[in-house]
Design a protein around this ligand. Sequence first.
Ligand SMILES: CC(C)(COP(=O)(O)OP(=O)(O)OC[C@H]1O[C@@H](n2cnc3c(N)ncnc32)[C@H](O)[C@@H]1OP(=O)(O)O)[C@@H](O)C(=O)NCCC(=O)NCCS
Length: 162
Amino acid sequence: QGAENPPASNPCPTLQRKVKNLQGSVLILILDLLEDGFGEHPFYHCLIAEVPKEGQTGSSCIVGYAMYYFTYDPWIGKLLYLEDFYVMEPYRGLGIGSEILKTLSQIAIKTNCSCMHFLVVIWNKPSIEYYVRRGALDLSTEEGWHLFRFDKENLLRMASGE
Ligand SMILES: CC(C)(COP(=O)(O)OP(=O)(O)OC[C@H]1O[C@@H](n2cnc3c(N)ncnc32)[C@H](O)[C@@H]1OP(=O)(O)O)[C@@H](O)C(=O)NCCC(=O)NCCS
């Protein structure tokens, strides 16, 4: 589901619920997610996986999603950045994740991206194995890249020229 076409099933509550489950508190509002993804200049796109609701013909619920956007590298050009990838626990191991990765790969190829980048925290061994089995390279060990962050305080300080 592209951000240009607001989905019939809105993924934002699912995204926010997942963030809440993982972190205990929500840092972003559904309104922000809606505006940032489905406004005039979308910052991200979403693919959603839906399954039919039990005993309710015609209705479905969201059980997984991938959030992605496009970014650019002066050496390799366009790349697809997979920001978030999640399938609800009872629906794991059914091939939904593989189907999402297949669609993402098709999007990347169609839009002429040279690769797909994503972050995985080092303790998420099952996911690391999942990606490595599909051919992913660990750029930290292979090329020595480290992820850095300037937090809001730093930004404010630098922006004000302090
Ligand atoms: C990573 C994730 C999105 C994969 O989704 P999925 O729908 O389970 O993916 P698939 O069904 O295509 O494949 C699941 C893999 O786990 C194995 N598996 C089998 N049963 C499983 C189960 N009950 N739960 C999880 N994985 C299972 C499968 O064998 C398969 O491995 P293989 O295809 O490499 O052999 C999902 O596990 C997830 O949401 N994990 C938690 C969030 C997360 O860590 N996301 C990635 C952050 S970088």
